[in-house]
Design a protein around this ligand. Structure first.
Ligand code: DQA
Length: 189
């Protein structure tokens, strides 16, 4: 996605004048444009939040959640984040209030939150209110397909205030969540 940024209109120059700066192809003499582009590239910060019991991944109901630990998942997300030039923070808490505080603090620091709220997905008005109060675009993710499981998991209290929901793809739900975060930021430009 970042491979080639072509300048057009009055800033257009012949192909030969392009040079590579970081991940972008830019025309050297147009420094202000280059700086703006690079500032945008380096600005993308995504906060991954994980709710209760996700610290037990690896041994917790592996037939549902797989055998990867949360650290394994984080490592996979970091590989993709590196490819996409995204900075990541990756956290887990069993405390609802701590998750609420992290969502509140995200405003102004992160462009997008990717949230696996785990069981709080189905119960927490506080998380829902934090997401809508702070206004940081949030993507809901789950390892399992919550809609194919017990009925109480079909309802997400946070879904109406999230930009979208990704569930059922195991660790790939996290990767897709990261890619959706980049898409959401790009779409906001
Ligand atoms: C989960 C699904 C939730 O229903 C459950 O409470 C979890 C994990 C998932 O990632 O599949 O703890 O969010």
């Amino acid at each position: 996605m970042w491979d080639k940024i072509r300048l057009t209109g009055k800033e257009a120059t012949p192909e030969g004048a392009w040079c590579r700066v970081g991940q972008a192809w830019l025309v050297p003499e147009i420094h202000s444009t280059a700086n703006r582009v690079l500032a945008n590239l380096s600005a993308m910060k995504v906060l991954f939040l994980n709710g209760p019991n996700l610290n037990l991944l690896g041994t917790r109901e592996p037939e549902i959640y797989g055998r990867l630990t949360l650290a394994d998942i984080e490592a996979e997300v970091r590989v993709r984040a590196g490819q996409l030039q995204v900075e990541l923070d990756f956290r887990q808490s069993n405390q609802e209030g701590e998750l609420v505080s992290w969502i509140q603090e995200a405003k102004g620091k992160y462009q997008v939150i990717v949230l696996n709220a785990a069981a709080y997905t189905h119960t927490s008005v506080a998380l829902r209110d934090a997401i809508s109060a702070t206004g940081v675009p949030t993507i809901e993710i789950h390892l399992s397909n919550v809609h194919a499981r017990e009925e109480f998991r079909h309802k997400s209290l946070i879904a109406p205030v999230c930009r979208g929901q990704i569930c059922g793809f195991g660790v790939k739900s996290y990767i897709l969540g990261l890619e959706a975060a980049v898409y959401v930021k790009e779409a906001a430009k």
